[in-house]
Structure formats: structure tokens, C-alpha cells
Ligand binder design. Structure first.
Ligand SMILES: Nc1ncnc2c1ncn2[C@@H]1O[C@H](COP(=O)(O)OP(=O)(O)OP(=O)(O)O)[C@@H](O)[C@H]1O
Length: 254
């Protein structure tokens, strides 16, 4: 059964080592002048003279099939970092992240695609990684081609695509195989009108199959429509966790 368990997750990024006196002084000045709650308040100095950004602190939650989680928070709150931690791109400094089930990610537009290869070749590569049969590969090819609607670009190298075209292909691929867990950053929703309608239909169809969705978005209407639960991140911590309407009501008036 697919699930996500995040337990006391902490993610830090080292910024500077204390080699440079002027740098140290600059950071020291900044740290002492910060107001509590300001966006940069998670800059800290550790015992080894390093300045680190403490991006996520003490994050715990779990998700079961059918749950669709929206992540909200101001710029820099830690939403993308949390998604990347779930995807295994970042290792926890402390705590643990456990995902059970097949995972699909829509986090960056390249999606591990080889830009030197054509769209069609990338589909075959994707099929090869997924261990698909010849028949399944042909189906995947047909399905993604119809969805991405790239015309003759399908047989051109991905490096010749616009960013919107790359998103179409990436979205088509990531949603073709119905992963049990889908991790998605909101800018994937930034396609043109007709594509957006198709993308939503396809994603909604996936989510209905008791999969787990985690999406980061600044759009309250998406949260209300797609999510069963919302976590509000503030300066790397969970400020509120609950049903979309409850969390959004407080968030939008804060
Ligand atoms: N590799 C890194 N090195 C240092 N700091 C980083 C790194 N990645 C992210 N950060 C910092 O971590 C904080 C959280 O970034 P993140 O991208 O997760 O925020 P976000 O909530 O997704 O923001 P936005 O809504 O603007 O996309 C920010 O202060 C950012 O500058």
C-alpha cells in the first residue's frame, strides 16, 4: 500500500565556512540584526564556524492512499525543498523520510530527459528504465504523443523545444504510467489554457485511483479543488496542517 512517512525531518544547507573574516562579520551582523520571524531567521552558525541555512526543521507528517496534500507558504518557506526531500534528491540531516510505492515526479521540467535525444527516443528510454514490454512501449509512445501534441517536434531533439513543450512531454511521461505517489511543483500548471485543461483532467484521473499527491502551489483554488489536506510551511516549519478550507482561511488572512 503506498504511503509517505516523514519523521522529524531536518534539512540544512551549508553556506559559508568561517575562512573569511569579512564574510563572518557580515553574516554575524546579519544574524544579530534579524527580527524574529523574518524570512532569513533560519540562518544559523554551527559549532564548526560554518554558516548554514536551516531550511526545514522538525517536519513530521504521514500520508495514506487517497490523500492529496497541498503545500503552501511564502517564497522561501521550504516547499520545494520538502518536495525534493520526498523525491530523495536531498538527504535528511536529521530524521527520516520513507516512501512506499512507485513515485512520479514533476519537479523540474527536464525530468531526467536527455536533451540530445528526440521526444520519441526519450519515451523509449523511459520505457526501458521502467522495464516495459514492446507492446507497452508502443502504447506509451502513442499515449504520450497524443497527450503532448507536439506534432513534428516529437522527432526533434528535446534541446530544440521551448520550455512549455518540454513541460508537455515531461507531464505526459510522468502521468502516463500512473505512479502511486505523484510529487509536483506548481509551475507545471503554467501551461496554456487548452493544455492546462488536458493536464488537469489527466492528473485528476490519476489521483482518483487512490494515489497520493503532494503539490506545492500558491493557488488557493487548486488547493480547494485538488487537495484533501494542506500543510502551511513558514520559515521551514509546519505552521498549520488540516483541511484546505480551514488552513487557507487562516493563511490568506495572516
Ligand atoms: N541549495 C541551497 N543552498 C542554500 N540555500 C538553499 C538551497 N536551496 C534552497 N535554499 C534556501 O532554502 C529556503 C527554502 O527554499 P525553497 O525553494 O524550498 O522555498 P519555497 O517555499 O519552494 O519557495 P518559492 O515559493 O519561492 O518557490 C530559501 O531560503 C532558499 O534560499
Amino acid at each position: 500500500m503506498p504511503s509517505i512517512v516523514v519523521d522529524q525531518l531536518r534539512i540544512d544547507f551549508p553556506l559559508y565556512h568561517g575562512q573569511s573574516r569579512s564574510l563572518k562579520r557580515h553574516v554575524g551582523d546579519r544574524l544579530s540584526s534579524l527580527r524574529p520571524g523574518s524570512p532569513a531567521a533560519h540562518l544559523v552558525q554551527d559549532g564548526r564556524e560554518r554558516t548554514i541555512v536551516s531550511v526545514l526543521q522538525d517536519i513530521s507528517f504521514s500520508l495514506a492512499p487517497g490523500e492529496r496534500l497541498g503545500l503552501i507558504g511564502r517564497n522561501g518557506a521550504g516547499k520545494t525543498t520538502l518536495l525534493r526531500s520526498l523525491a530523495g534528491i536531498y538527504e535528511p540531516v536529521h530524521g527520516r523520510v520513507r516512501l512506499e510505492g512507485s513515485i512520479g515526479t514533476l519537479l523540474d521540467s527536464s525530468l531526467g530527459m536527455n536533451v540530445e535525444l528526440t521526444g520519441r527516443e526519450n519515451i523509449r528510454l523511459f520505457a526501458l528504465h521502467g522495464g516495459l514490454s514492446k507492446q507497452q512501449t508502443a502504447q506509451l509512445d502513442q499515449d504520450v504523443e497524443a497527450f503532448a501534441d507536439l506534432g513534428s517536434y516529437m522527432d526533434m531533439p528535446v534541446k530544440a523545444y521551448s520550455s512549455g513543450m518540454t513541460v508537455r512531454l515531461a507531464f505526459g511521461l510522468a502521468t502516463a504510467m500512473t505512479p502511486q505517489i505523484l510529487l509536483m511543483d506548481e509551475w507545471f500548471l503554467a501551461g496554456d489554457g487548452a493544455f492546462m485543461n488536458k493536464a488537469r483532467e489527466r492528473l485528476e484521473a490519476m489521483v482518483q485511483h487512490a494515489d497520493i499527491l503532494v503539490i506545492s502551489t500558491h493557488q488557493p483554488d487548486i488547493m480547494r479543488k485538488w487537495c484533501t489536506r494542506v500543510i502551511w510551511l513558514e520559515n521551514g516549519k509546519i505552521r498549520m496542517d488540516g483541511p484546505p478550507d480551514e488552513v487557507l482561511e487562516v493563511y490568506l488572512t495572516a
